[in-house]
Design a protein around this ligand. Structure first.
Ligand code: FAD
Length: 566
């Protein structure tokens, strides 16, 4: 029985969060020496650790001092402890020239830190640097829903064209499945529910405006000077915005990246994720090119909202870099929901046909639709930034090369977030921004830790993952135990829908340490966040075996994986 004290902290268990585990098939198998597979190119995201540190003299009200990342997800957070720190890096103390925290350069430069790009990484770094006593300016392009060389907006990709609007649309589209599920639970509708795309988009845009305001307010209450315009580096200590020059002891480049479209004829007709989040109307039939997480998430959104969705994947499977079984199970589940997969098909041209429709020509055939979306990759925004002229080294993908502290080959120029193409996720940009601020202005040497960072894919069903895939674990460790469970969730027993849940735990047989946890199924991202903490803290299989489950949930399966060899 779950103690009463604990129950009070649990979210209300609704039928949607309850799972029926009795028909699950759990298995353990020792696996080793499989063919080496490519290493994971995408795997990670960190937890925001919800422990705001403020030593700013003008401490703002509690809600303002919260990280915007947390604010954007929560309207109400009842249990927040604010820890005030009294290190020497405060604004008042740092004005002393003898304090070597990078913030004692007032006489020589206009600013201690000039940040180019006010997205996740830039805002986090600027705010923390200011809180540590630095005089900080940040520049950002004017707001627009579609990003370009000259348009962006405070908040960056995550807030305006990524995580947030995408998740809001995922929420909107999920109702379709829930309506279907509800029939098995006795709900009867006199007419089929209809969806109004323009309401969803307009509500989403209002929320984005609110978040832009939150970000601006966070910067201003930290004392950061926000300058609107395109930033460019002129020399190791000078940046230029709108023709005006600003000198700084340190320059941070946090300009992120933008969607790229391959050079096929007719590419001017296609849209990317930027436009897909702000279409004037929902396409009746959409052709999506790409097999990565953005392609799959948008396939789920349009499928849920009623569009016919065709997904063109260059390879034999979706989600390269993810666990092989996860890749297969997700594709199977999406196909059951009606998404039509075209594997091993690459785009060759896009043409306009009758009624304004578009024809996508591939190496294997063609398909006509109302809209063609390319989710074929993103490139760092390093063009026309003055980087080459000043001597900052880039890699072959155009990303800024940095050391483990996010410093470029020049001592005064640093870079964080997607522009460095390390792990292109918001919480990683936040972590890198904070580590930079602590290192340069907090008299601490803090390296961002890119190991065991969890991530999610908001497909329907979603994926949650942390640590190594089975293929990576086998490559790295000689003796690996793999526990899997593939079962019908309790909700599906009454809904009658073909939904499945899948879980996998990978264990180093020598040390008993958990190397990876992967899940496909309802609430997988929420469940995996907790497991990520445990994996990071050194979770072993013995710990899991001694943990009592919460019943009836899907998550309890992760604590009950039985040890029967297959
Ligand atoms: C569709 C989509 C969905 C995503 N979903 C998720 C998700 O679910 N979870 C997750 O963790 N991550 C997700 N991401 C990735 C996430 O958005 C990025 O990793 C994150 O935003 C990177 O932050 P950043 O600070 O490096 O760059 P950005 O947030 O891109 O910020 C860079 C800023 O710099 C500005 N800028 C560019 N050039 C200049 C210049 N010359 N002068 C001034 N300003 C400039 C830009 O306008 C922009 O505002 C998603 C991305 C996309 C595209």
């Amino acid at each position: 029985m779950v103690p009463l004290r604990l129950i009070s902290f649990l979210p209300a268990l609704s039928p949607s969060s309850s799972y029926y585990n009795c028909n699950s098939s759990s298995c353990r198998c020792s696996r080793s020496a499989m063919a080496a597979l490519p290493r994971c190119a995408f795997s990670v995201s960190t937890a925001f650790h919800g422990r705001p540190v403020s030593n700013h003299a003008r401490f703002a009200p509690l809600w303002r001092d919260l990280e915007a990342f947390r604010l954007q997800n929560m309207q109400f957070h009842p249990k927040i402890r604010v820890r005030r720190s009294h290190r020497i890096g405060t604004r008042a103390l740092a004005s002393g020239a003898d304090i070597d925290n990078g913030a004692g350069a007032q006489k020589e430069y206009d600013y201690d830190l000039f940040t180019i790009g006010a997205g996740s990484g830039g805002v986090r770094a600027a705010r923390f640097a200011a809180n540590l006593g630095a005089r900080v300016a940040i520049c950002e392009l004017p707001f627009a829903t579609i990003s370009s060389e000259n348009a962006g907006g405070v908040g960056g990709t995550c807030v305006l064209r990524g995580c947030v609007p995408k998740k809001l649309l995922v929420y909107g589209s999920k109702f379709a499945h829930e309506f279907k599920e509800s029939r098995g639970f006795g709900w009867i509708y006199d007419s089929k529910p209809r969806h109004d795309w323009s309401s969803l988009i307009s509500n989403k845009n209002s929320e984005l405006q609110r978040l832009v305001g939150v970000y601006q307010s966070i910067l201003s209450s930290a004392g950061v000077n926000l300058i609107e315009g395109r930033g460019k580096i002129l020399d190791p200590h000078t940046a230029e915005v709108n023709g005006k020059r600003y000198t700084a002891k340190h320059i941070l480049v946090s300009v992120g990246g933008r969607a790229t479209v391959p050079n096929v004829p007719g590419k001017e007709w296609v849209i990317t994720s930027d436009e897909a989040l702000d279409l004037p109307s929902r396409p009746g039939k959409i052709l999506i090119v790409g097999g990565g997480y953005i392609a799959l998430e948008f396939a789920g959104i349009f499928n849920g909202l009623g569009s016919e969705v065709h997904l063109f994947v260059r390879q034999k499977k979706v989600l390269r870099g993810f666990d092989e079984e996860v890749r297969s199970i997700v594709a199977d589940q999406l196909a059951l929901k009606g998404i039509k997969f075209h594997f091993e098909e690459s785009p060759e041209a896009v043409e306009k046909v009758a009624d304004g429709q578009l024809l996508l020509r591939t190496n294997r055939g063609s398909e006509v639709g109302d809209c063609v979306m390319f989710a074929t990759g993103r490139a760092p925004n390093t063009k026309n930034l003055g980087l080459e002229a000043v001597g900052v080294k880039l890699n072959d993908k155009g990303a800024i090369k940095v050391d483990e502290f996010s410093k470029t080959n020049l001592d005064s120029i640093w870079a964080v977030g997607d522009v460095t193409d390390r792990l292109n996720l918001t919480p990683v940009a936040l972590m890198e921004g904070m580590a930079f601020a602590k290192t340069v202005f907090g008299n601490q040497s803090v390296k961002p830790d890119h190991a065991s960072v969890p991530s999610a894919v908001f497909t329907q069903p979603p994926i949650g993952t942390v640590g190594l895939t089975e293929e990576q674990a086998i490559e790295k460790f000689q003796d690996v135990d793999v526990y899997t469970s593939n079962f019908r969730p309790m909700k599906a027993t009454l809904s009658g829908l073909p939904d499945r849940a899948f879980m996998k735990i990978i264990v180093d047989a020598t040390s008993d340490r958990i190397l990876g946890v992967h899940m496909v199924g309802e609430d997988a991202p929420e469940i995996l966040q907790g497991f990520a903490v445990a994996v990071k803290a050194g979770l072993t299989k013995a710990h899991l075996d001694s943990t009592v489950g919460i019943h009836p949930t899907a998550a309890e399966e992760l604590a009950q994986m039985v040890t029967t060899s297959s």
